[in-house]
Design a protein around this ligand. Structure first.
Ligand SMILES: NC(=O)c1ccc[n+]([C@@H]2O[C@H](COP(=O)([O-])OP(=O)(O)OC[C@H]3O[C@@H](n4cnc5c(N)ncnc54)[C@H](OP(=O)(O)O)[C@@H]3O)[C@@H](O)[C@H]2O)c1
Length: 499
């Protein structure tokens, strides 16, 4: 088991949603399962006025809604919450950071521990630079190599707005922290099912030999949501699906399903392979952007028997918005393994179903024995890796249907996490926060894989600015997206997996 050094976790933006919905529930579950060091404390840093007691009360209330350990009794909570403190602070005020420094110093003395600090930026991205400057000016970054405690920085997505802004933010962070101290969160990587892609591919002898262009026809990666923009309209309308999903989650899934096996499954080797893979993704010309990408925005419709508004009508969305709520892209990876295999990526909101999956379709039989007895169109074999919900893997193959007649029907061999392991996977944030404390960067984006992904996505955004935009809205809420997205894949004689 990894070493759990006494640690301090400072959460900037601690009054916010992410802290309450994800970060504190993860910290509580880790604490309850003994995955936090014996000596640790958490400091909330944000502007809203709270004393420790009032802040702890907000955490207690939200744990009982959002934590997988709920219901949580007051006694159990008070054992946890004695480690939680709050400083009412300002993000652009050096004095607040000096106070933070003094607080950490005095508490570390009281706890008799070294100052191992993880700074978690859970504010809107517009505040990141102020926080990094504040940490730097107050000299809150220690030098681990001189025997001080560690200093680590955890940054939430979105990391930048486009290639240039991501590069600038990265430069700023690296002027204060070393790359091995930087933890860029893509919470998809903390999901058990995403990590299982590597186990599935590289811990089994039967799949890897057929994981290439000789046997695989095409791969679909889908992240479909039935929910709309919810309370995140302010953020989402500036980002759109291309930044919110494609640049990070979808590129990470693409990398994991397509990378070469790393020499060692550690942070550096794994991320080196990702960089190699992303560098092999063929860049898109303006013509490719016209032909290989589709954008959409939802209109009114019916989702789960409920009438829902169009995107433009959602609360907080400007009525003249041109932000896309759906994107489909066809990509090619120019390397020996994948030459000629199309990767179809799609993600959108207010769709008919909620699912994230990778569907691997194998080539059709080179010769069909059963065509001679009138059985045509035997379905292609496929492997469906479901990331969420109903986490698992299904292998689809043809089987003889029972009876005197010789018929072949598709059947599924299914593995489900819940039934096989009899437990639900921990939340991604638990795994990621644990890795920050133990210093394992394997499941975090490195500066180069993040920037290469931004290069591709920025080229698409720039290409869209030069090409005619479809008239929005162009798909009905509760459908599978714009008809042009069906056209993108059907033009190649294929279809999306909408099962
Ligand atoms: N929520 C999610 O589901 C989710 C998912 C993935 C990633 N993220 C990312 O995680 C980060 C935090 O998300 P969040 O949903 O917790 O954000 P949030 O609730 O909007 O903001 C967190 C806190 O930051 C402070 N803040 C908000 N707007 C500010 C402004 N304009 N100027 C200064 N301070 C401001 C507020 O605290 P004070 O006013 O008390 O200072 C707020 O409570 C964001 O970068 C977001 O993109 C969120």
């Amino acid at each position: 088991m990894a070493e759990l050094k006494p640690s301090v976790i400072v959460i900037f933006g601690a009054s916010g949603d992410l802290a309450h919905i994800k970060i504190f529930p993860a910290l509580y579950s880790l604490w309850e399962e003994d995955f936090l060091p014996d000596n640790f404390f958490i400091v909330g840093f944000s502007r809203t006025k709270f004393d420790d007691g009032a802040f702890r009360k907000t955490i207690f209330d939200s744990l009982n809604v959002n934590c997988r350990k709920s219901p949580i009794g007051e006694d159990e909570f008070s054992n946890f919450s004695k480690h939680v403190f709050y400083l009412t602070s300002k993000y652009d005020d050096d004095y607040s950071y000096k106070e933070l420094g003094r607080f950490i110093e005095s508490k570390a003395k009281e706890y008799n521990m070294s100052k191992n600090v993880a700074y978690y930026l859970s504010t809107p991205p517009s505040i990141y630079i102020s926080v990094i400057d504040g940490i730097n000016n107050a000299k809150l970054v220690s030098n681990e190599y001189k025997g001080d405690g560690f200093s680590r920085i955890v940054i939430e997505k979105p990391f930048g707005y486009d290639y240039e802004s991501a590069r600038e933010l990265n430069g700023k962070i690296l002027s204060v922290f070393k790359e091995e101290e930087v933890y860029r969160i893509d919470h998809y990587l903390g999901k058990e099912t995403v990590q299982n892609i590597l186990a599935f591919r590289f811990a089994n002898a039967i799949f890897e030999p057929i994981w290439n262009n000789k046997y695989i026809d095409h791969i679909q990666i889908s992240a479909l949501e039935s929910i709309g923009v919810g309370f995140r309209a302010g953020y989402f309308d500036k980002a759109g699906v291309i930044r919110d999903m494609m640049q990070n989650h979808m590129m990470q899934l693409l990398s994991l399903v397509a990378i070469e096996p790393p020499p060692v499954p550690d942070a550096d080797d794994l991320r080196n392979e990702k960089v190699k893979l992303l560098k092999s993704v063929r860049s898109l010309s303006l013509n490719d952007i016209k032909n290989y990408t589709v954008r959409g925005q939802y209109d009114r419709g019916v989702v789960g028997n409920k009438d829902v508004l169009s995107y433009k009508e959602e609360e907080g969305v400007p009525p003249d918005t041109i932000t896309e709520t759906y994107v489909a892209i066809k990509l090619f990876i120019d390397n020996y393994r994948w030459a000629g295999v199309p990767f179809y990526l799609r993600s959108g909101k207010r769709l008919k179903t909620h699912k994230t999956e990778i569907a691997i379709y194998f080539k059709k039989l080179p010769y069909s024995l059963f065509a001679k007895v009138g059985i045509e169109n035997i379905r292609q074999n496929s492997i469906i890796i479901t990331i969420q919900p109903n986490e698992g893997i299904a292998i689809n193959f043809g089987a003889k249907a029972p009876g005197f007649k010789f018929d072949i029907e598709p059947v599924n061999m299914v593995f489900k996490y819940k039934s096989s392991f009899k437990l639900s996977p921990p939340d991604a944030y638990e795994r990621l926060i644990y890795d920050v404390i133990t210093g394992d960067q394997t499941l975090f984006a490195r500066y180069d894989d993040m920037l290469i992904a931004w290069q591709l996505i920025t080229s698409i955004i720039n290409g869209w600015a030069k090409t005619e935009r479809p008239s929005f809205p162009n798909y009905e809420a509760g459908s599978y997206g714009p008809k042009e997205a069906d056209g993108l894949i059907s033009a190649d004689g294929r279809a999306w997996n909408n099962e």
